[in-house]
Design a protein around this ligand. Structure first.
Ligand code: G16
Length: 541
């Protein structure tokens, strides 16, 4: 029943920041999914192994799951643990990989990118530690796709992935499991659920926008059923193949319904949103937006208030473009602090080695050593736990935080779908200009250093180059520019802007106003308009 299908390499199957992401019709093209999945199995091995499989439920998720199961069986896998309906949030998949001590897992998701027949699809492999495959492994997979000549697949009817229980597919056992139960049980070990129940019972109101994506069932079970939040607290709670037409990226631009409610009359006490596959989060207080960089810093300063972190943190890690707010907390606590390239995979070694407990990114990702992915609902529950203990509003907590540590004003400006050659030319010119920048004065600010970020992993010594251009100014202001590794259309330029205000004055300005000179400097130094014709960003976070 095993068929060996002749195939040939398909160009461009190179995983980006987080797995292989392409337009759905590309993924549905002849042999496209199959070639990549065979490359995964050829690199990590398949015979006798156990894997986890699930995805964010986007269009093609169900069909792809059937193909991946048939290929795993044909390649000799012993067992596949699949979330019911082929659904698993990315953090839940990471947890199942670890809980069941499997040989890894395949996650079908293009994360925050829209889903649907004409939108995006993606596949990534996570290692036995539950974390995204490191660069050396994804590079080996890519190399394999360039030489592939055949793949193996079982001829069989579709599995019943809608029903929890055990099935046999050729020589492989398929266990369909509840996607939520084990994850929810893990959350109960980390947070003070009785205190959270008391919070909601006391009239605390929350809005959680699941954006028609995978977090809905997790949030309804945990927030509404287990913690007693009012029914209807979770909106857009049913995962849909096209995310209901929403762009499931939890930022102020795309989660605008939540933003409008939280900034309006009668706003609830706390608002949150998560993305397509449930690993990102956005947090909003009544009348106040919490930037992801500030969120990481507040969580680091207060994590000990939750039972799972009562013993304190070993260290805090952030991606390089994330603001230095978390560094200030780490310094005050006297714990380790780490600056990694963009991509959750770079946190894996630090978490495995016990050197970092909390990690976070400006791209709305926060997580801890409980899994090896960022975890949207986890971050929301940690915020809730802190609010329950401190009995203060989000605004008051932020105000106290800035008064203690100063404020790292921060914003990211995205310029999307730029012609790739123009974006590359701009970055090349910028890189060439770096040696001449230190000492120059722009917008009244003196440049103290300018480089292209390179990272040496402190655990395994691996080195990653060209991870983003940094221009540093005296006083702690900074501009970072890099091209996104998750887009599927042209190039997305991300410009990260930061300015430090030590306080006590000047801590409550609008970030765009506070950053105005830094924004002007970024446009001048990058010659962005000259190269790309763009003047204003498509997304501001
Ligand atoms: C992925 C990575 C994150 C990264 C983000 C944005 O998130 O896991 O570490 O920060 O992409 O990357 P880029 O700036 O290259 O687009 P997700 O949520 O898309 O899996």
């Amino acid at each position: 029943m095993i068929t060996t299908v002749a195939t040939q390499p398909i160009a461009g199957q190179k995983p980006g920041t987080s797995g292989l992401r392409k337009k759905t019709p590309v993924f549905m093209g002849p042999h496209y999914l199959e070639n990549f999945v065979q490359a995964i199995f050829d690199v990590v091995g398949c015979a006798g192994k156990t894997f986890v499989l699930g995805g964010d439920g986007r269009y093609f998720n169900d069909r792809a799951a059937q193909v991946i199961c048939r290929m795993a069986a044909a390649n000799g896998a012993a067992r596949m643990i699949v979330g019911r309906g082929a659904i698993l949030s990315t953090p839940a998949a990471s947890h199942l990989i670890r809980l069941n001590k499997t040989d890894g897992g395949i996650i079908m998701s293009a994360s925050h990118n829209p889903g649907g027949p004409e939108e995006d699809f993606g596949v990534k492999f996570n290692m036995p530690n539950g974390g995204p495959a490191p660069e050396a492994v994804t590079e080996a997979m890519y190399q394999r796709t360039t030489t592939i000549t055949e793949y193996r697949i079982l001829e069989a009817q579709d599995l019943d992935l809608a029903t929890i229980g055990r099935q046999q597919l050729g020589g492989m056992i398929v266990d369909v499991v509840d996607p939520v139960a084990d994850y929810a049980a893990l959350m109960e070990t980390l947070f003070d659920f009785p205190a959270l129940r008391a919070l909601f019972a006391g009239g605390f109101r929350m809005r959680m926008d699941a954006m028609c994506a995978v977090t809905g069932p997790y949030a309804v079970e945990i927030l509404e059923r287990r913690l007693g939040a009012a029914p209807g607290t979770v909106t857009h709670a049913t995962p849909l193949p096209d995310f209901g037409g929403m762009h499931p990226d939890p930022n102020p631009t795309w989660a605008h319904e939540l933003m409008a409610e939280m900034m309006g009359e009668g706003a609830p006490d706390f608002g949150a949103a998560s993305d397509g596959d449930g690993d990102r989060n956005m947090v909003v207080g009544r009348g106040i937006y919490v930037s992801p960089s500030d969120s990481l810093a507040v969580l680091a300063a207060n994590a000990h208030l939750a039972p799972g972190y009562a013993r304190g943190l070993a260290g805090v890690a952030r991606s390089m473009p994330t603001s230095a707010a978390a560094d200030r907390v780490a310094n005050a606590l006297g714990i380790g602090r780490f600056e990694t390239p963009t991509g959750w995979k770079f946190f894996g070694n630090l978490l495995d080695a016990g050197r970092a407990t909390l990690c976070g990114e400006e791209s709305f990702g926060t997580g801890s050593d409980h899994v090896r992915e960022k975890d949207g609902l986890w971050a929301i529950l940690l915020w809730l736990n802190i609010l329950a203990v401190r009995k203060q509003s989000v605004a008051d907590i932020l105000t106290e935080h800035w008064a203690t540590y100063g404020r790292n004003y921060y914003s990211r400006h995205d310029f999307e779908a730029i012609a790739t050659d123009k974006a590359d030319a701009m970055m090349a010119a910028l890189r060439a200009s770096l040696p001449g920048l230190p000492g120059q004065v722009v917008e009244g600010m003196t440049i103290t250093a300018a480089d292209d970020f390179a990272y040496t992993d402190p655990v395994d010594g691996s080195v990653s180059h060209k991870q983003g251009v940094r221009i540093l100014f005296d006083g702690g202001s900074r501009i970072v520019l890099r091209l996104s590794g998750t887009g599927t259309e042209g190039a997305t330029l991300r410009v990260y802007l930061e300015r430090y205000a030590p306080g006590p004055d000047g801590l409550h300005h609008d970030p765009q106003e506070a950053l105005a000179p830094v924004i002007r400097a970024s446009l001048a130094l990058s010659r962005l308009t000259e190269f790309t014709g763009r003047t204003t960003p498509d997304v501001v976070t």
